[in-house]
Design a protein around this ligand. Structure first.
Ligand code: FES
Length: 383
């Protein structure tokens, strides 16, 4: 892997963008209210062409990128997906498709497999057909996901499932895991909703209570023990929402450290959520990936530790968590350089405590939510 010279912004050796995320499109047949896409995605420019994407892959690979995730929106909407996968594999990337399963067919799985795709992850909204389809905004979604999860496994891929959990489905975690075991899943990510994009807009309707969370973690642990006793290969990964933590997550393993996100119109971001920050991020149509990664203002803005105000600057944990998430700091405090309010040392931590309190007080029935679709995105843009 290539090494780099001194980065003029921080005077430290810049590591390569190991993990490239290609958000191929914001188009999606579903309308999940917890989607992490930007709420103003409808203003995004024209999608990169096949040739432009392949050029981005070549440049990123030359910089040392090793893993390439295809995501969206729904990446299967792109009819050139197999061609892009093949180009990525030919360049030596480990390739991963992150999909809702909608638009997948046995023929397309074969095509993707022949193109060399290494890994497929299918997301579900719930283990109950009715709740799943309500959240997805599609009457056929659940049946299609089940069929495609089975088809992916039948073609020799490990079955990797992702369930986003929140206050409307987390109490059914037992049934979710049961379904995964019935499906013969190999890896299951039980990811409690993180609050970006549409999920942030719907936070009050999605944040589980602490009691719900503790129940779900307990049930997951019981299942782990049961599966281990049976030598069952299924691995359960439980991701807690950082709203119930006292220290922030090391978001993206540090800004501009190893993660490079290219959005559908070619805007390059250090994370999927950064477009909302008051920073002009570079575009691959105008700059080389090398310039973007090593030299651009946006990617250098929060690298290293010099930018940090207190309490992060003098904190002995800053090298573990980098002050948390810049996007969350911006969304909750209006200033991305503030400590992530998840941290109990932040003077804004009360915002997190208030959100927890709100989750405790709100009734657990189905609240009204704003569903992610282009029409709603346009309404939000118009304000
Ligand atoms: Fe942007 Fe955390 S999501 S830095």
């Amino acid at each position: 892997m290539q090494s780099f010279g001194l980065n003029p912004a921080n005077q430290h050796i810049q590591s390569p963008p190991l993990w490239l995320l290609a958000e191929l499109t914001y188009r999606c047949p579903l309308q999940c209210p917890y989607c992490s896409n930007p709420v103003d995605f409808a203003r995004s420019g024209e999608e990169l062409s096949t040739v432009q994407w392949i050029d981005v892959f070549k440049q990123a690979r030359a910089l040392g990128a090793a893993q390439l995730g295809f995501s969206g929106g729904e990446p299967l909407v792109r009819q050139d997906l197999a061609e892009l996968v093949k180009a990525a594999r030919d360049l030596g990337f480990y390739t991963n498709l992150i999909t809702s399963g909608i638009g997948l067919t046995e023929r397309r799985i074969t095509e993707l497999s022949e193109a060399g795709l290494d890994h497929i992850q299918i997301s579900f909204q719930a283990a109950d057909e009715e709740v799943n389809n309500m959240l997805a905004g599609s009457k056929k979604a659940f049946a299609q996901k089940l069929a495609m999860a089975r088809a992916v496994k039948a073609q020799g891929y490990p079955m990797v499932l992702n369930f986003v959990t929140h206050r409307h489905n987390i109490d059914r975690i037992d049934r979710i895991i049961e379904l995964c075991v019935e499906l013969d899943a190999d890896f299951v990510e039980l990811a409690t909703c993180q609050f970006y994009g549409w999920a942030e807009l719907n936070r009050a309707a999605l944040l589980p209570t602490r009691e719900q969370l503790e129940y779900a973690e307990g049930v997951t642990q019981q299942w782990r023990e049961k599966l281990a006793a049976q030598n069952h290969p299924c691995k359960l990964i439980f991701v807690t929402p950082d709203y119930y933590e006292e220290r922030p997550k090391a978001c993206m393993s540090g800004w501009g450290s190893l993660f490079l996100d290219i959005t559908p119109d070619g805007t390059a971001l250090p994370c999927h959520s950064a477009r909302q920050l008051p920073i002009e991020f570079p575009n691959v149509k105008e700059h080389s990936v090398q310039h973007i990664w090593q030299e651009s203002f946006g990617f250098n803005k929060y690298r290293g530790f010099e930018w940090m105000p207190e309490p992060c600057r003098s904190c002995d944990e800053k090298e573990q968590d980098f002050g948390g998430c810049r996007c969350q700091a911006y969304m909750l405090t209006g200033d991305a350089s503030n400590a992530d309010p998840v941290c109990s040392k932040s003077k804004h931590h009360g915002i997190i405590l208030a959100a927890r309190e709100e989750a405790e007080q709100a009734p657990l029935g189905v609240d009204s939510m704003i569903f992610r679709n282009e029409k709603m995105s346009n309404i939000i843009i118009k304000g």
